[in-house]
Structures are given as C-alpha cells and as structure tokens.
Design a binder for this molecule. Structure first.
Ligand code: 5GP
Length: 191
C-alpha cells in the first residue's frame, strides 16, 4: 500500500527566508512537491506564472472559489491567495509529500480541511531588525516595508498555533531542522 503523503506547511512573516528555504527543500527532495498557490496580486520582478504562483484576475479566482476548487483561500495584504485542491489531493494519494508556503490563516484552514495530513512549521526571524533589513534588501518600496513590518508582528503572534517553531538565524542549519521534521513526519506515517 502506498503511504499517504504529508502536508508540510511553512509559515513566517514576509522576509524571513521561507521561500528560499522551501525552494531548496523542493530541489533536494524528489518526493516533495510544492503547492503552487493562486493569487490576484501582480507578479514581482522575476516571478513566473505557474512556477511562483498562478497569477489570475479576481473573476477567475472567485470562479474557482465558487466551484469548490480551493482547499483554503484567504485575503492577505488586500489580495486573494488560495491553494488549488486537485494537485494536492493527487499528490497525497500518490504518496508524495506537499510543501506549502502559506500564511497562518492558510495553515489554520488547511488543517481544518486535512486534519490528519498537516504538519505545521512556523519560521521566526532572528529579530524584527533583521527582518526589516531583509525586506529593504529585497527592494520593496518604503511604505510597503512599513506595512509588512506591522503585519509581520501580527503573523508572528500566531506562531503558537504551529507544531514546530524554528528560528532562521542560519540558512543551512534551519534547512537541516526542516528536513529532520519532514523525515520524522514521514516515519510516523509508515505504520
Ligand atoms: P507574497 O505576496 O509575499 O508572495 O505572499 C504574501 C503572503 O501570502 C505570505 O504570507 C504567503 O505565505 C501567503 N500565501 C501565499 N500563498 C498562499 C495561499 O495559497 N494561501 C494562503 N492562505 N496564504 C498564502
């Protein structure tokens, strides 16, 4: 019998490094697939439709909501974000694990939708000062940075809802911790 896959959710305030961490995990693990979220926000420089997100307009997004096509969806920074259902269900049934780069609301809703499948990890920055520096380095405009810092504190207030909390003070060490958590979750599925 095929082991059903695990849903590994990575959440963090923007700029904490979770996107780099999740992409590295995907590249290193053939059995781990990334859930590509749909969003109504505009692509940033270098972002590709179908790779980083499915970039869609509000009408298309709302159509999929109405059709029950999302496992979860939420408003973040005034935009719609959601996890399309079909690719996740297919991967889990085939025994593949799925990684989710979503926010605390998405984690809460995904846990409600798939209560036996979700392992949640919240990634913390070493400090709020380090987080502000990372956002500046990424080239977001000043007003967006101020807004995201306020929202970072709100996001961080939900860290206690997750199974694991990891501080990203060193990329490779954090990667090792995330990999160990995934390995343990896989092992727990083997019985
Ligand atoms: P960004 O616009 O910076 O890529 O993402 C903004 C926030 O939306 C991040 O916290 C990200 O994790 C979250 N997000 C991305 N995709 C989804 C999704 O499918 N569902 C939910 N609930 N949040 C998402």
């Amino acid at each position: 019998m095929t082991r059903r896959g695990v849903c590994l959710v990575l959440a963090a305030a923007s700029g904490t490094g979770k996107t780099s961490l999740s992409r590295k995990m995907i590249a290193a693990d053939n059995n781990l697939a990334l859930s590509i979220s749909m969003t109504t926000r505009a692509p940033r420089e270098g972002e590709i439709d179908g790779v980083h997100y499915l970039f869609r307009n509000q009408a298309e997004f709302d159509g999929l909501v109405a059709a029950g096509g999302f496992l979860e969806h939420a408003h973040v920074f005034g935009r719609s974000y959601g996890t399309p259902r079909a690719p996740v269900e297919a991967a889990l049934s085939a025994g593949r694990d799925v990684l989710f780069d979503i926010d605390w609301q998405g984690h809460r809703l995904l846990r409600a939708a798939l209560p036996d499948d979700v392992v949640g990890i919240f990634i913390l920055p070493p400090s709020l000062g380090v987080l502000a520096d990372r956002l500046r380095g990424r080239g977001d405009p000043d007003d967006a940075i101020a807004k995201r810092m306020a929202e970072a504190e709100e996001e961080i207030s939900h860290a206690g809802e997750f199974d694991h909390v990891v501080v990203n003070d060193d990329f490779d060490r954090t990667l090792g911790e995330l990999t160990a958590i995934l390995r343990a979750a896989r092992d727990a599925r083997k019985d």
